[in-house]
Design a protein around this ligand. Structure first.
Ligand SMILES: O=C(O)C(=O)C[C@]1(C(=O)O)C=C[C@@H](O)C=C1
Length: 366
């Protein structure tokens, strides 16, 4: 027998053993899955280190070699770990917001504006609603720029109780009048579950702010609404916690949820928050919900807004949120970060000329 004939023969035997090992591993895996089910039913912990140690002791006691005991232990520990992972996967509930549940993108219709269907959408407006004149000026600019979603804060959860807290229902009424005057739609934050019904008379989209991302009663109330919800990521929330917050809304029957990355708290001081750009493709990958980036709160400065906007869109964001005020210097909140109307016009010019955003009023809808 030649050398290569001998090699081929041995390899054929190895292939056979591999097949037998695979059959045995699969049989073992099926058994561990069944054990996993029994453990869930009994409410027992899946990981059982004592059982693992006993099995290892038993196995090495009858180890015929040539592998030494440490190697055998190592190999079997890998098998235990894989079995545990399998038990866990089996019982992980697939979230309603997950792409595993719904592979196709959720599209949210706000009037004629279609969010999440490929076109990029801009949401703009003042941080706080201050006067009718202020909101009218911004609304006029939005309509001239072909932007149809007007934002404005009427209920302001401010860090300090002594800061301007918003005009409340009066503010929502101002937003509605301005939006109606210019054919726009309104997005505004609601902070109290008991205000949801009242808010639905004025707004087209309810916003849940970063500070309320884990206000579960508010999330449930938003889930009972028949309106889209714009959910902002909490400043210290992980991507997973963010998705669970969205799940609170969707699990109540409201699937019209838009996620918004708005920066997270880090040690960096040159931006107000640190824009977690990686959250955008991660959220798009994990979830079917549309994803926006708030380019105002995330960075808190005007000078780098254009590259940040481009980065957000390039990362796959479905839209951008930004703050516009006729006279930012005298704004009652966020005076340092809002842009004025000429700056907004120039911003939109750059978005359109780069081809990243299409004018909504020029889009032909089928
Ligand atoms: O015997 C169990 O309790 C199992 O869950 C099975 C198994 C195994 O793969 O053998 C898996 C995980 C535990 O940590 C211990 C053992």
């Amino acid at each position: 027998m030649s050398m290569s004939e001998e090699l081929n023969k041995l390899r054929a035997q190895i292939d056979e053993v591999n097949g037998e090992l695979l059959t045995l591993l699969s049989r073992r895996a099926e058994l561990t899955k069944q054990i996993g089910d029994v453990k869930v039913a009994q409410g027992v912990n899946r990981f059982d280190p004592v059982r693992e140690r006993d099995m290892l002791d038993m196995i090495v006691a009858s180890n015929p070699g040539p592998f030494d005991n440490d190697t055998i232990r190592h190999l079997f520990k890998q098998i235990f770990k894989a079995s545990l992972d399998l038990q866990q996967q089996d019982h992980q509930k697939v979230l309603l917001v997950s792409r595993k549940r719904q592979p196709e993108d959720t599209v949210v219709a706000i009037g004629d504006t279609v969010v999440g269907a490929g076109e990029k959408t801009i949401v703009a407006g003042p941080c706080s609603v201050e006067t009718e004149e202020q909101v009218m000026k911004v609304a006029q600019s939005l309509s001239e720029q072909g932007v149809s979603l007007l934002r404005g804060g009427a209920f302001k959860p401010r860090t300090s109780p002594y800061d301007f807290q918003g005009l409340g229902e009066t503010g929502l009424a101002i937003l509605r009048r301005a939006a109606d005057a210019y054919g726009l739609k309104v997005i505004s934050e609601i902070v109290n579950p008991s205000d949801m019904e009242m808010a639905a008379r004025y707004v087209d989209v309810v916003q849940i702010g970063a500070r309320n991302m884990q206000n579960f009663e508010l999330l449930k109330a938003a889930g009972d609404l028949n309106l889209p919800v714009f959910l902002k990521r909490g400043m210290s929330a992980t991507v997973e916690e963010f998705l669970f917050a969205a799940e609170y809304i969707v699990s109540r029957g409201n699937s019209q949820v838009i996620l918004c990355e708005r920066g997270i708290r880090t040690y960096e001081k040159w931006t107000r928050n640190t824009l977690d750009i990686s959250a955008v493709p991660l959220l798009k990958q994990e979830s079917h919900l549309p994803v926006f980036v708030d380019i105002t709160h995330s960075i808190g400065r005007r000078d780098i807004q254009i590259p940040i906007a481009k980065a957000a869109l390039a990362a796959g964001a479905d839209g951008l949120m930004l703050e516009v005020h006729p006279d930012p210097a005298v704004a009652l909140s966020d005076a340092n970060q809002q842009i004025d109307i000429p700056q907004f016009e120039s911003f939109m010019d750059q978005m359109y000329s780069s081809g990243l955003v299409q004018r909504e009023d020029k889009l032909v809808r089928s």
